[in-house]
Design a protein. Structure first.
Length: 632
């Protein structure tokens, strides 16, 4: 990469210095408040000595006094300087946060006999390092409970870095989560885990170098850690708003906030501390309604309602507000104003998108024309560093009306490769398209260059000139982007156009630990989405699975190229199998074959021989993680 900013990009970035209140430094005061230990040289390694979380590379160019280069939007640069502050902080007497040790924050609450950990980060290594930092400055005390605010990986993947799975399973240490947590973890991180993780490379810029012309963060934090993730499923589920719980002398009052920032999420109030934890329902930027990695469309209407409920329940009695990313707020008046403006941010997106829908506008038209009113848009915590207004409007449109704008010309459009070939033919061939596109590039019309030249790339993927010009346009769009995810997406696309897809080590979204903790129905549902219809055509398999260790009996069938399961045995099955869940887990993770398990006695088979092997044989091979995105 490493190309300079053009004059058009320099001009676009300079305009931000005029329209935003850069003289307001309250965020920097808040982000540094309560500092106990700063760790700017932080680099966390795994057992093999590999770096899985690196803050020192960011601090090298995003240090306290660093001025914005012309290759980074100055508003976004300001935000990522704040995100580079790493260390241990006191929120209030008895509550601390470790920030900058992963994408999320770890919060620790003093209890009668130890610490209650809130959101143990995304990797075992980063969680352990955060806990060690706490012990080194506050004293070593046991972790007596873990609370996970919601179902996103960066908030629970590191749980075994602070407690053991055995202590959770035995009930010695409670693991407290919101209702529907397990189902949503599996749905988002396992069922579509590979596709989502590949797309997340564009969202977070995982493959990009760190630097002023490359990845500088993600808006929400720096990025996702690369260590071991080992989810441990819960022992205590919170079901409703107003539910209370005393944990080792600390009282919690819970508020359920599902179907907004996460499908399963909860906030809580700590009356002894007059402290309100808003989880990730509010942040120091506009959040995503649909992130680039993919997710169910979130409800901006519900989002605003949850924030209003938080105000009604806890606003008047909160002296400090902390969140699971970014930095806290202090003082009742500041907290209320912050919550009100974040509430109105999401309500404005909902209401004005719906209003324009009823005027007959499409999502592209609404997203292009609608802007925030100055009372909302000039607040630093409402800027689109992670979830851009443009793509959040499109997501809100999708939530109400789906993907189709009702223009029949868009109903059955040609796929990108075929459409690209036809477009290029109509425009006079690839050489003519590129000639005209270069003129547009010199005029700073990067959006149109990207749109036009992408057709050439999809029609003629080996055209080096087209790939380079498209990469150049995406790069300048990245340099101008105020939104971290947009910048990362543009830069990753540019990198893959120039260098091809870099096939590095990938996150295992279906680890042995994950499988072991999945309820049987969800595990069988996961296998069902891997059925290859070509293999299953005409097949009929009906088996009973008897998991003696769990005292569970399951019917598992394949008919009509569809796999189904029920928690009840079939009266007339082709075959019966006695086995443990651990053995079945090993089959799913391909650590063991059915034949090996039968030979060792780990599985007992009755009825039609080979039925279980045939069932597993209906599944497709593991697909390539590194599928193409910016090229066909």
């Amino acid at each position: 990469m490493h190309k300079p900013a053009t004059k058009a990009t320099q001009k676009a970035n300079a305009a931000f210095l005029e329209k935003l209140p850069f003289d307001n430094v309250q965020d920097f005061e808040d982000a540094w408040r309560g500092l106990i230990a700063e760790t700017p040289d932080l680099a966390i390694k795994n057992d093999a000595g590999e770096i899985v979380w690196d803050m020192q590379s960011y601090y090298a160019f995003l240090h306290k006094d660093a001025e914005a280069p012309d290759t980074v939007n100055p508003s976004y640069w300001r935000h990522e300087r704040l995100n580079t502050i790493a260390g241990l902080f006191e929120v209030t007497d008895g509550i601390w946060q470790v920030r900058g040790y992963d994408l999320a924050n770890m919060t620790l609450i003093r209890s009668d006999s130890g610490y209650i950990v809130i959101d143990p980060l995304g990797s075992v290594e980063t969680a352990r390092a955060a806990l060690d930092l706490t012990f080194s400055h506050l004293g070593r005390k046991p972790v007596v409970a873990v609370l996970i605010t919601h179902s996103h990986w960066d908030h629970f993947g590191g749980v075994e870095g602070v407690v053991s799975a055995e202590d959770v399973a035995s009930g010695k240490i409670p693991l407290i989560v919101p209702d529907k947590f397990t189902e949503e973890v599996v749905s988002e991180n396992v069922f579509v885990g590979r596709g989502m993780s590949r797309r997340a490379c564009y969202q977070f810029g995982n493959q990009l170098p760190r630097g002023p012309r490359d990845q500088v963060g993600s808006g929400l934090g720096k990025g996702a850690s690369g260590g071991k993730n080992a989810p441990v499923f819960p022992s205590r589920v919170i079901m409703k708003t107003g539910e209370t719980l005393r944990v080792d002398g600390v009282d919690f009052i819970f508020q359920m906030t599902p179907d907004a920032e996460a499908p399963a999420e909860m906030c809580f109030y700590l009356p002894q501390f007059k402290a309100l934890c808003m989880a990730e329902l509010v942040t120091c930027h506009l959040h995503n309604v649909i992130p680039f990695r993919g997710a169910q469309a979130r409800s901006t209407k519900q989002w605003a309602r949850h924030i209003q409920e938080s105000l009604d329940l806890f606003g008047d009695r909160s002296e400090v507000l902390f969140i699971t990313h970014h930095w806290p707020r202090w003082g009742r008046e500041a907290i209320i104003r912050y919550l009100e403006k974040q509430r109105d941010l999401y309500k404005f997106i909902n209401d004005q998108t719906v209003r324009r829908i009823n005027h007959g506008q499409t999502m592209l038209e609404i997203a292009e024309e609608l802007d925030l009113p100055p009372a909302l848009g000039r607040e630093w915590y409402n800027r689109g560093y992670y979830g851009h207004l443009n793509h959040n409007i499109k997501a809100t449109y999708q939530k109400y009306l789906g993907w189709f704008d009702c223009n029949p010309a868009h109903l059955h459009a040609l796929p990108p490769e075929e459409a690209g070939r036809r477009y290029v033919e109509f425009m006079g061939g690839p050489a003519e398209v590129l000639r005209k596109a270069r003129v547009c590039f010199e005029q700073g019309e990067y959006r149109w260059v990207a749109q036009a030249v992408s057709h050439v790339v999809f029609a003629f993927p080996d055209n080096r000139e087209a790939r380079d010009l498209l990469a150049d346009a995406l790069e300048q769009m990245a340099y101008q982007a105020e939104c971290g995810t947009w910048r990362n997406c543009f830069l990753t696309g540019a990198m893959e156009l120039r260098e091809g897809v870099k096939k590095s080590a990938t996150m295992n979204t279906i680890s042995t630990s994950t499988v072991a903790n999945m309820p049987t129905e969800l595990l069988l549902d996961y296998l069902a989405v891997q059925v290859d219809p070509a293999k299953a055509e005409g097949a009929s398999i009906r088996i009973n699975l008897h998991f003696g260790d769990l005292k569970e009996n399951w019917r598992w069938t394949l008919e009509n190229s569809v796999m189904n399961c029920w928690n009840k045995s079939l009266p007339e099955a082709d075959a019966e199998y006695d086995l443990s869940r651990a053995t079945f887990n090993a089959l799913v993770c391909k650590e063991l074959t059915v034949e090996q398990a039968l030979a060792s006695g780990a599985i007992t088979e009755r009825g039609s021989r080979g039925a279980l092997s045939r069932m597993f044989g209906m599944l497709e091979e593991t697909p390539d993680f590194w599928f193409n995105i910016v090229t066909p």
